[in-house]
Unconditional design. Sequence first.
Length: 375
Amino acid sequence: MPSAVITHAIAPRLVLRGSEVWPAALEVIAGLGRAPMLLGRSGATLPQRRHLQGRLEEAGLSVRPAELRHDCCEEDLQWLRVAAQTDSDDGATPPCDLIIAMGGGKVLDAGKLLADRLHLPCVTVPTSAATCAGWTALSNLYTPAGAFLGDVSLARCPDLLVFDHALVRQAPTRTLVSGIADAMAKWYEASVSSAQSGDGLVQQAVQQARLLRDQMLLDGQEAVADPDSEAWVRVAEGAALTAGLIGGLGGARCRTVAAHAVHNGLTQLPATHGHLHGEKVGFGILAQLRLEEVLGGNRLAGQARQQLLGFFRSLALPCDLADLGLLDASLQDLLSVCVHACRDGSDLHHLPFAVAPHDLLAALVNTTSLPVAVG
């Protein structure tokens, strides 16, 4: 009996990586569209966007710059959709036939989702290695205030991903550290949700996640200390590219688990909005390992948590509530994080045991505790 059809959006149609990518990138972009919307957000990356706009215009393209007002949210997507489909007031710029998203994960997610809804080609230009959003056929939706709502699967990965080393090296070191934590979560989550899968592609994705975790452990500190090193290239590309490949290869069955569920819950508190995605995910890894240790009776999870604490501390990643600015948070606020993370349909429930909000609260409070005796 034939098996059901499984669809994988594995990778962008083309990936350009290195320090001399723009001559080739401009040629490819010009072949995808002649009237791109160039989407960004951060004032810190505005000079780079203006430089790219100038190069695109020199190549004969009619560029329409636009900026997110919030995170990737419906309110922004609605006006961006109208803007992309409307002629400019002077008639000089036609409706957009291509979306170029240049920035961090929220901008890349918004650009991908906008392109998907308009059935337009999409180009992603990450300005940091903080996430793999430039690669994936997935966008995360937030409220205008920055609280996570859910994720949206897209028809395909971007048509072009431009990963320019010189551009990414300009990002704050903190973004690379955040990317390291987010990339490492691939192993800690997929090994729980999918390690027993009989699907060969899922098995291969899980093992690739393990190798990626090992790469981060081996090269992470050197990469952060020396942006001109080969270690930096391996780590930055691992966080921004390989992490996305793992998600594409493993598909929906190579799932996120508690680490990302904790991130999603933390975004409900405005006090955490100053922390990057990967910083919250990294804290979520520690909380997940604590749950595995206490509720799952897994002594190895406790040992892994202690080993990871040393590595995280060496990179100044948040390891406890105080590091997240939540030491004085009310019990009600912390419980609201746990209720959101444990809601019906949450990825947290891919853990092989039941977790209630009060169980998760205990894990959040005890991420740095010594391993418990089991058995």
